[in-house]
Design a protein around this ligand. Structure first.
Ligand SMILES: Cc1ncc(COP(=O)(O)O)c(C=O)c1O
Ligand SMILES: N[C@@H](CCSC[C@H](N)C(=O)O)C(=O)O
Length: 447
């Protein structure tokens, strides 16, 4: 038996039943997470502070690398029976994350897309989903699959114009999937406004926010009217690109039960080792994110001051600056900028040294990418054009390196690519007469 408290034992009242949605009273599986009001300290402290009752008082929560657990009786009844159904290390990180995500229950699965798969399995044929016209390419791909093969209608709308959205939500709206900021155009979604519109049209509509771009350190969608929040734990939560994980959190016990049912039925729960790695990563989220976003702010200002069109909610020029700061505690560390020329953007990306050409974000090291060629390549070119995704967009995912080194590397790449005019003491985007440098094809002139 594990040294963990048995959360389903007689001394602790059960917050969630073990009865699954088919009415089976199975042996206890993942324990309920620490309730929201279990948060006692500032978030930075709570990230680090974990309570557990390991039999040897291990400082680091042990990895219960066991597929199955011995039972004391033939009718089962142990806190854990089988790792697909529940595992002490996984339960521990789930409870820890629930506390941090303002949730009563969190569930961890094998990837961010795994989390979105579990969430969208709440849908049934005939249901309607409303989502943004800018969202992660993998989420777009999953929704497209569901619309082709599962009888789900998906509406992609411009979520930046809430006044135009009034007729969008109807009693048929079953689920709303939002990102804010969006990946990669950094659009801001009015989460409380959209949640109220959706719930007014259908009180049972499930509003789900993918909070990967900010992490729970900077935004808590469940406090803003969302019913479910999910994150790719592959990004900021773990922070080192050494694992894949997905997190789902809710304050609605019946939703929690339905989500857990799918996880147990399909076997996508996070492995004990990856649960342990995720917990280790979460502890440093505050220091990593603060350094990453401080660096991102300086880099955004550097590029904007030199004439590039930069998308970052830390800049006053962001058209939805006030909306962003009404919901979030920080601007995050992902920004994107345009050069006006895809070949020029390609040259810039390939001229950097410190900035690794990689998809993903949220890691301690800085990454550079071209979303239309990489993370969002699964969205076909026609759809990208319809949704006005600039093909020349460069996305910067800022790490914790020395910001001067990052800026120097970027400056060198801009000069090498021929994207800037070099003056005695600085650089400026484009040629002195304002035209493009670099010899590439301007999107405007190409079309
Ligand atoms: C906003 C967003 N949500 C979800 C995912 C999916 O996460 P994962 O790669 O962990 O499956 C990603 C990236 O992959 C993402 O950028
Ligand atoms: N080849 C992958 C691309 C993953 S993109 C990862 C991340 N969300 C990002 O935005 O960079 C795929 O097809 O899913």
């Amino acid at each position: 038996m594990s040294g963990f408290d048995n959360p389903t034992g007689s001394s602790i009242s059960k917050a969630f039943s073990n009865i699954d949605i088919s009415g089976n009273d199975l042996p206890p599986s993942p324990a309920p997470s620490t309730p929201t009001n279990g948060r006692k300290y500032a978030l930075a402290t709570e990230l680090v502070y974990t309570e557990h009752s390991d039999q040897y008082d291990a400082s680091s929560v042990p990895i219960y690398q066991s597929a199955t657990f011995k039972q004391k009786s033939a009718s089962g009844g142990g806190a854990f029976d089988y790792t697909r159904s529940g595992n002490p290390t996984r339960s521990h990180v789930e409870r820890h994350l629930a506390k941090i995500m303002s949730a009563s229950q969190a569930l961890v699965v094998s990837s961010g897309m795994g989390a979105l798969d579990v969430i969208t399995r709440l849908l049934k044929p005939g249901d309607e989903v409303v989502t943004g016209d800018d969202l992660y390419g993998g989420t777009n791909r999953l929704l497209k699959y569901l619309s082709i093969h599962a009888g789900i209608t998906v509406h992609h709308v411009d979520i930046t114009d809430i006044s135009a959205l009034k007729g969008t939500f109807t009693p048929k709206t079953t689920m709303v999937i939002l990102e804010s900021p969006t990946n990669p155009l950094i659009k801001i979604t009015d989460i409380p406004g959209i949640a109220s519109l959706a719930h007014a049209a259908n009180p049972n509509a499930i509003v789900c926010v993918d909070n990967t771009m900010l992490s729970p350190l900077l935004q808590n969608p469940l406090d803003l009217g969302a019913d479910i929040v999910c994150e790719s734990g592959t990004k900021y939560l773990s922070g080192h690109h050494d694992l894949m994980a997905g997190v789902i959190a809710t304050n609605d016990p019946s939703l929690g039960e339905r989500l857990y049912f799918t996880i147990n039925s399909t076997g996508c729960g996070l492995s004990p080792f990856d649960s342990w790695l995720l917990l280790r990563g979460v502890k440093t989220l505050d220091v990593r994110m603060k350094k990453q976003q401080a660096n991102a702010q300086e880099i955004a200002v550097f590029l904007e001051d030199r004439g590039f069109k930069v998308r970052y909610p830390g800049l006053k020029s962001h058209p939805q600056y006030d909306l962003h700061w009404s919901m979030a505690r920080g601007a995050g560390a992902v920004l994107s900028f345009e050069t006006g020329d895809t070949l020029l953007s390609e040259k810039i990306v390939e001229s950097t040294r410190l900035w690794a050409i990689s998809v993903s974000f949220g890691c301690v090291n800085s990454l550079i990418s071209m979303p239309c060629r990489m993370s969002h390549a699964s969205i076909d070119a026609k759809t990208r054009a319809e949704r006005r995704m600039p093909e020349d967009l460069i996305r910067l995912c800022v790490g914790i390196e020395d910001v001067h080194d990052l800026i120097d590397d970027l400056r060198t790449a801009l000069v090498q690519a021929g994207a800037v005019t070099v003056t005695v003491d600085d650089i400026r985007a484009g040629a002195p007469d304002g035209s493009l440098l670099g010899g590439g094809v301007s999107l405007a002139s190409a079309s």
